[in-house]
Design a protein around this ligand. Structure first.
Ligand SMILES: [Zn+2]
Ligand SMILES: [Zn+2]
Length: 334
């Protein structure tokens, strides 16, 4: 629920006879934000008792709750996994799903100076300063829409941007388990620009080894992947990647693919990708349903609060998945 609604409930619990208690709404908002931030740090083990560098020593994406089901060399893979036979290689493939959501807008209020992030880039949002600097440099990127099926989508996405500093967010989750990725969420300023999604994609891949095979699903993959490698090569050093091209495969989620042209349906179908099993790639839509709940709280927030709130919400989403993982993946539950 929104902080406004939760505060209203507290007021009623304090005195429900019609006498309004002293207004502490703004104190409540600030207190909640500080509490969310402290809990992220606490859950991430950023205390001097665990690490002498304490809070200051937190690195990018460290406070994110990671997926236990995805293959992570050195964490949950057997020795010699790189030498697996071709028919077993699907076991060591990472599935990532990218998408954008336009519910999460933010009006043109406040500023980064007045309202900075608490720990920018420490959990799920991308680090603000280098992301903003990069977007400033990308002004003339040509984005050709070569797929006729996406024309209506294009229009819908760019329609309501007046008066908004942020028109939505781009995000990446693991395709099989829907865990939001560390540094996998970034603000959009206008429609679904490739520059934004490129940065978010590169920020996610920084947390994964280059020699791990990856399947990427994204509903506009047919147009996004044109010149993608050239664009990735030109990214600033902060997110520049070593890409092993032969280990990357791209596909369109199974419901979205129906609105694409026939050639896209032939080139980007998950049904034709060896090792994709029965992945449908639409899992990110379910993560949006959780994150969308903070849209009302963050629409009039300053830029810092706007980043801290989704971090807290996503932490709840990932944690909820983690603690029910055994139950939801066990054979007996099928
Ligand atoms: Zn996963
Ligand atoms: Zn297409």
């Amino acid at each position: 629920m929104t902080l406004y609604d939760s505060y209203g409930a507290l007021e009623k619990l304090t005195d429900n006879t019609g006498n309004k208690p002293p207004d502490r709404y703004h104190e409540w908002i600030r207190m909640c934000r500080e509490w969310f931030h402290c809990m992220l740090l606490k859950h991430g083990g950023r205390a001097v008792a665990y690490d002498p560098s304490g809070v200051e020593g937190t690195v990018e994406g460290e406070l994110a709750v990671r997926c236990l089901g995805c293959p992570r060399p050195g964490v949950n893979l057997p020795e010699g996994w790189e030498k697996a036979s071709p028919e077993d290689r699907f076991l060591y493939t990472l599935f990532l799903a990218l998408d954008a959501c336009f519910r999460l807008k933010r009006r043109l209020v406040s500023s980064e100076l007045r309202d900075p992030d608490l720990g920018s880039g420490w959990a799920y949002m991308v680090t603000t300063a280098p992301y903003r600097e990069y977007l400033r440099t990308v002004t003339d990127q040509k984005e050709m829409n070569t797929c006729s099926g996406l024309a209506a989508l294009d229009y819908a996405n760019t329609k309501f941007s007046r008066g908004y500093a942020t028109t939505g967010v781009g995000m990446g989750v693991c395709g099989r388990h829907e865990f939001v990725q560390p540094n996998g969420v970034g603000d959009l300023q206008k429609g679904e620009r490739f520059a934004n999604i490129d940065w978010i994609f590169a920020s996610i891949l920084k947390h994964w080894p280059a020699h791990l095979a990856k399947f990427i699903t994204y509903d506009i993959v047919c147009i996004w992947t044109v010149n993608l490698l050239d664009r990735l090569k030109n990214l600033p050093s902060h997110v520049r990647l070593t890409i092993v091209l032969t280990l990357l495969r791209f596909a369109i989620p199974k419901m979205h693919i129906h609105s694409h042209t026939l050639i896209c349906q032939l080139l980007f179908s998950l049904n034709w990708l060896l090792g994709s099993a029965q992945l449908e790639g639409e899992g990110i839509e379910r993560a949006w349903s959780s994150l969308g709940a903070v849209a009302a709280c963050t629409r009039d927030a300053g830029p810092g609060a706007r980043h801290d709130m989704p971090d807290a919400q996503i932490a709840g989403w990932n944690w909820g998945k983690l603690v029910t993982f055994g139950q939801s993946l066990s054979i007996s539950a099928v």
